[in-house]
Design a protein around this ligand. Sequence first.
Ligand SMILES: O=C(O)c1ccccc1NCC(=O)[C@H](O)[C@H](O)COP(=O)(O)O
Length: 211
Amino acid sequence: MKLKVCGMKLEHNIQDVAVLQPSYMGFIFYEKSSRYFNGNIPEISENIKKIGVFVNATFDFIRGKVEKHDLQGVQLHGNESPELCQRLKDLDIIVIKVFSIKNQFDFKVLEPYEEVCDLYLFDTKGKEPGGNGYVFNWNVLKKYPSAKPYFLSGGLGPKEIDAILLFLKRPESHLCFGLDLNSKFETAAGLKDVSKLKAFKQQLLANNYEA
Ligand SMILES: O=C(O)c1ccccc1NCC(=O)[C@H](O)[C@H](O)COP(=O)(O)O
């Protein structure tokens, strides 16, 4: 099970979280977010993929951030078109398209994205485009029609570990590729609590999920 720690902001905290070796780290390039990243990413292990998070940004803006920060992938949280996803995929980076869910979801909207992104991320629909801090109804994923792996996201925190472990035993989770962690592991916006992340990872490992 891959772990993605999203909404990293401060250099020392990035380095501390990197010690835990999450597979992915997310940096939010959306000015309205309290986790907006406007710094420099310190040297971290090459095993950690750096993912830029965007909301309805232009191709040139995204490419600029990919080049400046040597990002290995992008995560798109707005109404980005399949054409934009294709242009980004042509840069040879990982393209993660986000879809937000509450109690229902029309999976037909995935169809135009099937060929043009690498992974989906299912987040909770809320007031903000991301980082809303609560879970959606995972039963919706029982109808997931695609063969594409996805990240489960939205309000995942230490208190959700039992529910997550149960979910991972259910058939609809068989394409769940990773867990995306954010606000439930913070002491302040963008500042991750390393001990909470460490404990969460250990609980996954204890249940035989490589993380
Ligand atoms: O976290 C934000 O502030 C944010 C703002 C705008 C777009 C995306 C954002 N976060 C991206 C993520 O991948 C979060 O991890 C995801 O939305 C889940 O967050 P949370 O509900 O806090 O666990």
